[in-house]
Design a protein around this ligand. Structure first.
Ligand code: MN3
Length: 192
């Protein structure tokens, strides 16, 4: 049974003017699709064929002999998660319990934004910035390179931004900082 490209939770132009339809067409339609297609080719007839994406990521993380499977499985998971971390007219502070936990663990929502922006901008080369929760329920910000993600480190991902150049270059060129600031202010969809 092969993995399928999950449907986008909104139209390809729904995040304009912050992320263009052109970017989504390439990012979702080409890049995300390629990770899913490559994974299906890599796992056909192997022990991973009937496992979930989460299982494949956990079981191949850090194992060099499975690096291609890990990279494509993790990127398939990361992108499916990322699309659901954004919505039209999103952005701004979360509410309720998540807001309270952010204030408790970061000191303030503004401090969280500062830490998240710093992680996203300082990730050298391709990767991701994340809001994660550890097994004790404590929140923190992390950055990962390439396909790496919190699942591979036993952490729960709550929110992420893709900082591979393909995520922003058509709209923001080299201005990753402007893309991430816009993501925080206008695009985030908080969990729950
Ligand atoms: Mn991407």
């Amino acid at each position: 049974m092969a993995f399928e490209l999950p449907e986008l939770p909104y139209a390809e132009n729904a995040l304009e003017p912050y992320i263009s339809k052109n970017t989504i067409e390439f990012h979702y339609g080409k890049h995300h699709r390629a990770y899913v297609d490559n994974l299906n080719k890599l796992i056909a007839g192997t022990e991973f064929e009937h496992k979930t994406l989460e299982q494949i990521v956990a079981e191949t993380a850090g194992k060099s002999e499975y690096s291609a499977v890990f990279n494509n499985a993790a990127q398939a998971w990361n992108h499916a998660f990322f699309w659901n971390c954004m919505m039209p007219a999103g952005g701004g502070e979360p509410v309720g319990e998540l807001k309270e936990k952010i204030v408790c663990d970061f000191g303030s929502y503004d401090k969280f934004c500062e830490d998240f922006l710093n992680a996203a901008v300082s990730q050298f080369g391709s990767g991701w910035a994340w809001l994660v929760e550890d097994k004790a329920g404590r929140l923190s910000v992390m950055k990962t390179g390439n396909a790496d993600n919190p699942l591979a480190h036993g952490l729960k991902a709550l929110m992420t931004v893709d900082v591979w150049e393909h995520a922003y270059y058509l709209d923001y060129q080299n201005r990753r900082v402007d893309f991430v600031k816009t993501f925080i202010t206008n695009l985030i969809k908080w969990p729950g």
